[in-house]
Design a protein around this ligand. Sequence first.
Ligand SMILES: Cc1cc2nc3c(=O)[nH]c(=O)nc-3n(C[C@H](O)[C@H](O)[C@H](O)COP(=O)(O)OP(=O)(O)OC[C@H]3O[C@@H](n4cnc5c(N)ncnc54)[C@H](O)[C@@H]3O)c2cc1C
Length: 416
Amino acid sequence: MPKKRYSAFAIAREALRGHTGWDRAWAAPEPKDHYDVIIIGAGGHGLATAYYLGKNHGVRNVAILEKGWLGGGNTGRNTTIIRSNYLQDASAAIYEKSRSLYETLSQDLNYNVMFSPRGVMMLAQTQHEIRGYKRTAHANALQGVATEFIGPDRVKELCPIINIDGPRYPVLGALWQPRGGTARHDAVAWGYARACSDMGMHVIQRCEVTGVRSEGGKVTGVSTTKGEIGCGKLGIVVAGHSGVLAEMAGFRLPVESVALQALVSEPIKPCMDVVVMANTVHGYMSQSDKGEMVIGGGADGYNNYTQRGSFHHIEETVRALVETFPMISRLKMLRQWGGIVDMTGDRSPILSKTPLEGCFINCGWGTGGFKAIPGSGWGMAELIAEGSSPLTEEFGLNRFREGRFIDESVAAGVAH
Ligand SMILES: Cc1cc2nc3c(=O)[nH]c(=O)nc-3n(C[C@H](O)[C@H](O)[C@H](O)COP(=O)(O)OP(=O)(O)OC[C@H]3O[C@@H](n4cnc5c(N)ncnc54)[C@H](O)[C@@H]3O)c2cc1C
């Protein structure tokens, strides 16, 4: 028998099938007329919500509707920092739940999300930051989150490429979380999507939600570019587009949408095996498995929906970091991009029921929601299935009316 010949494309497609599960997730199923639950947004938070609805609560008649492609929003655009060193108890609870779920996520999903607990340090470069981070370290000790405040010598030992005697901002210490780290962002979306698909859920891409339908104050379904679809409950999980979807559902949100940008350098030999955030100079850096230096800075200073990078951002971020990491002055930058993040005033997320009965919202993760994907999905699924969850209780929309803010401006204002 003659040997069958495969084209390079077919070989690549077969390889991808095994790796991403795209044959199941990508070959979009036709929407049914009605689902028990519809989740809008196939980013990490939407997919994780669907996954834990099925796994923890047995709710499997679920569709996840995505206007673009799997993980094509912020989930596939972020710089993948995972940590749980927040100040307030409610935050530490959800972020630490999330970090601990990341530890075994590859085994849980049977999909390698490449969780790498290499350690995260947040540099203290002013007296004010020293006090702030020592306070967080004490709070974390009470919350059972393992962090410590370390001195400049230990910083240099952990990350030799840092210049600790910077002329403007010498490194005075750091908040160090040894079990923080990174994971592969696309794999998190693909792993959850494949697991949802295996449970019989429908992950439907290129299906934009254009309207929310209701009767007597209760949600009944959505209008989409693939037609009308009915549902018993609805979860809106669309990050930077939350305000747009909330308007369709008839309520307003206290969030602003802005672009957040990042960039990577050319690949170089391994030189940094921790994640470093320098919030005073406004930049952070880690090294990817490919060798690229992954670099991010602050969000754009004005509200916008431009999902792309800009030259001024490269200049600002690299200029800020060069003082602390002089070696990057000689690096060529390879790519840059942007995502639309949804910022609340207290820099904490919203996981909540809404004024429309049966409609739930998960948003406001701002610059730092990748790390929260498993914990947020866990809590959100419980909220949708059972009506309440200890993980989401403090993060309701009612806190803005009551003035009960969960202030994380130090942990999340600049940091990711
Ligand atoms: C440059 C950058 C760096 C970041 N760095 C970090 C970091 O280091 N660590 C960290 O923890 N976090 C980081 N973040 C934040 C993190 O990426 C987000 O908080 C998180 O990914 C949000 O996930 P999500 O699932 O809520 O949103 P997304 O991944 O954005 O998913 C929402 C989805 O909803 C879809 N959608 C929108 N409107 C509709 C509609 N009408 N119909 C159907 N679908 C719709 C979108 O297409 C999108 O795919 C960063 C973000 C950016 C942009």
